[in-house]
Design a protein around this ligand. Structure first.
Ligand code: GLN
Length: 276
């Protein structure tokens, strides 16, 4: 089977980017850059390569996310390893990194990333600010393994990974920023039965009424932040006003919602506001 033939005849009805998906599958199987595919459309796959391609193609055909099949996903221009124990980092979540970088103008700072998953947020911050001390927690040891592997691959050494539930594992030291992309999809949301999320870990996605993890983080973070420390959260597309209300009820100040690239309020930053 030749490259041109595969690209012409194989379909992927499940995907919105079928051609790109096929090219990326071929790229990993042939260990060549995509430019090779264009330069060598007549290249015939060996029987071993063909077998491998068919196996990966079938997984994609059944809807498995490309990131899990390839075992990687780009976030903040860093290549992160992923598997089905971690949420696939989303481009929306890069907004949290942007907010923190633009709000915290300090060379040295203490940051906590709660529910780090693949380590995406913590590692992007650590990469941008090598002098910041970052603690990244997750309840899942499987997720922490992925995150630690990513730190090692990227040669990032200013993130400490700890297993624990939200803030519980954090030391008594106060943080300048606590950031989290917690699970926030309501358990019965039909959205969980469509697309990539079907293959992602429920623990990273689902929250009973959509708010239990967010509430826990808001409550626990309050006395872990410095007096002018910032809490930065991602939340669901329709949760912005409810999350702002929760922050207000818990005594946070200067609550500022942020829109993602699709124009949807997707993140919020709030100041601890103690002693003000
Ligand atoms: N953004 C994810 C989705 O599309 C949810 C991520 C999360 O729950 N933190 O469903």
């Amino acid at each position: 089977m030749r490259i041109a033939e595969i690209l012409k005849t194989k379909t992927l009805a499940n995907s919105t980017t079928p051609r790109l998906d096929l090219e990326l599958l071929l790229e990993v199987i042939l260990h060549k850059p995509r430019s090779f595919l264009y330069a060598n459309p007549e290249y015939a796959l060996t029987s071993e390569q063909k077998e491998k391609f068919e196996a990966l193609y079938r997984r994609r055909l059944h809807g498995e996310p490309l990131a899990y099949i390839l075992g990687k996903k780009e976030f903040w221009s860093l290549e992160l390893a992923v598997n089905n124990k971690v949420l696939i980092p989303r481009s929306e979540t890069e907004l949290l990194v942007e907010i923190i970088l633009s709000n915290l103008n300090r060379e040295v700072a203490n940051i906590a990333d709660l529910g780090t998953g693949s380590g995406a947020i913590a590692l992007a911050l650590a990469y941008e600010r090598p002098k910041w001390n970052i603690v990244a927690t997750d309840i899942s040891e499987d997720a922490l393994q992925v995150a630690r592997y990513n730190a090692m691959q990227l040669q990032i050494s200013n993130v400490e990974f700890c297993r624990g539930d939200w803030c519980e594992i954090l030391s008594n030291k106060k943080f300048d920023v606590i950031v989290s992309n917690p699970p926030y999809v309501e358990k019965n949301d039909l959205h969980l039965q469509q697309g990539d999320v079907r293959f992602e870990p429920k623990i990273a996605l689902e929250a009973c009424d959509g708010f239990d993890a967010i509430k826990t983080v808001i409550m626990q973070a309050k006395n872990r932040l410095t007096s002018d420390g910032l809490l930065v959260l991602e939340h669901g597309y329709d949760q912005s006003s409810a999350v702002q209300e929760l922050l207000l009820q818990n005594g946070y100040q200067k609550i500022t919602p942020h829109k993602d690239l699709a124009g949807i309020y997707r993140a919020v930053v709030a100041k601890n506001g103690e002693n003000e």
